[in-house]
Design a protein around this ligand. Structure first.
Ligand code: XIL
Length: 373
């Protein structure tokens, strides 16, 4: 066992020990009404039902191919979660495969699925440096500042406008910082300077004034330069009157790095008057998984959920898929995997049971009953 892993395990054990969750008192505006079609058949011990009992939406990223082809995947998506995120279907390369030619098909299917199942949708993501269409990557370098501005505005307003009234939270800007807190050197920064962020939020707000608009990033769960840079950015945006509603903490964890001080970070952003959310939780480890590593994974799931439960402004806890066969991890982190809460055959793992138990324990804590946040 590495010393980092041991530190992570001890922290997990301490956090898991006394599961009394104290909610902060801040009152929030009325939650979105439960959409029509809310399924009466949701199991009482499902994550979504247990989350409902404590006013917290539990979400998953959805792989549209699996949703179409695998009935077990479909059932779990419908029964266990009260919010869904398109894992890829709303990204620029998916929605505009050729210039000016939109394909909303898969994303529309997800929105329809969510409506049928009484779920809310997180829109992901409008401005990012990855998964841009090939035609766009080819065109951008030779475009002028004004052309890029116009193109980005059109993309945001066409997409947000298409889904107007149907998206609960939009990830407007994704991953604008490096880990050392400097601006990530993306094509957007190169062409437009950091002002593209404020513009993106303003354009999105014009296109759907009711959607909650989020900045979303990874590793900001840990206190440090990246989290501090994000904190300064949102303070600056607020000072300028930019319509930002929340910050999304992706929360892609790895057992070898131990646990972040997530609750403290959620709290300091919440103290700015923002909503916060955990948006892409998964906990990867080296394969094959040892019992020690699985214990660390269980601890990490429990502590990330406890952090959200403890902060009233934390309005959703979303995992980045639920079945290990569909996880993005093995393709991106060689030798690692088993990051999700169901195994390769869609059987629940101890990570799933631990989330159930954590939600159930929280429903007994003061301040945790009542409507969604
Ligand atoms: C990932 C998807 O899970 C993969 O299927 C895709 O190939 C690449 O993108 N941060 C994000 C997500 O904001 O959009 C990424 O999703 C994972 C990291």
């Amino acid at each position: 066992m590495t010393s980092r892993l041991r530190t992570g395990l001890i922290a997990a054990a301490v956090l898991g020990a006394g599961a009394v969750i104290l909610a902060q008192g801040a009152a929030f505006a009325a939650p979105p009404a439960t959409p029509p079609g809310h399924q009466p058949h949701v199991p009482a011990d499902s994550l979504r039902a247990l989350g409902d009992a404590v006013g917290l939406r539990i979400g998953t990223a959805v792989d549209m191919d699996a949703l179409a082809s695998n009935p077990a995947y479909r059932d779990i998506t419908a029964n266990q979660f009260s919010t869904v995120t398109a894992e890829n279907a709303m990204k620029w390369e998916s929605v505009e495969p050729s210039p000016g030619v939109y394909d909303w098909g898969p994303a529309d299917q997800l929105v329809a699925f969510a409506q049928q199942n009484g779920q809310l949708v997180r829109g992901h993501t409008l401005v990012w440096h990855n998964q841009l269409p090939a035609w766009l990557n080819a065109a951008l370098p030779s475009m002028s500042t004004e052309q890029v501005r116009a193109l980005l505005k059109k993309h945001i307003q066409d997409e947000v406008g298409h889904f107007r009234g149907k998206i609960w939270q939009w990830d407007v800007v994704n991953e604008a910082f490096n880990d050392d807190g400097t601006w990530r050197d993306t094509i957007w920064l190169q062409k437009l300077g950091p002002g593209y962020i404020a513009d993106a939020f303003r354009w999105a707000h014009e296109a759907d004034p009711k959607a909650l608009l989020f900045y979303n990033d990874y590793n900001i769960e840990f206190t440090g330069p990246k989290s501090n840079a994000t904190y300064s950015l949102v303070q600056q945006l607020q000072k300028e009157g930019v319509p930002i509603d929340g910050v999304g903490f992706q929360t892609h964890l790895d057992t070898q790095y131990g646990l972040p001080d997530l609750k403290a970070n959620l709290e300091r952003f919440a103290a700015l008057g923002l909503k916060v959310a955990e948006t892409e939780v998964d906990v990867r480890t080296t394969l094959p998984v040892t019992p020690v590593e699985q214990t660390a994974q269980v601890g990490a799931y429990v502590s990330t959920l406890q952090a959200c439960l403890a902060v009233r402004a934390c309005i959703s806890y979303t995992i980045w898929g639920f079945g290990d066969a569909y996880s993005w991890v093995p393709a991106v982190f060689p030798g690692e995997g088993a990051a999700l809460i169901y195994d390769e055959n869609l059987q629940p793992k101890p990570q799933y049971t631990a989330l159930q138990d954590t939600l159930a324990l929280a429903s007994g804590a003061p301040g945790r009953t009542g409507p969604h946040r």
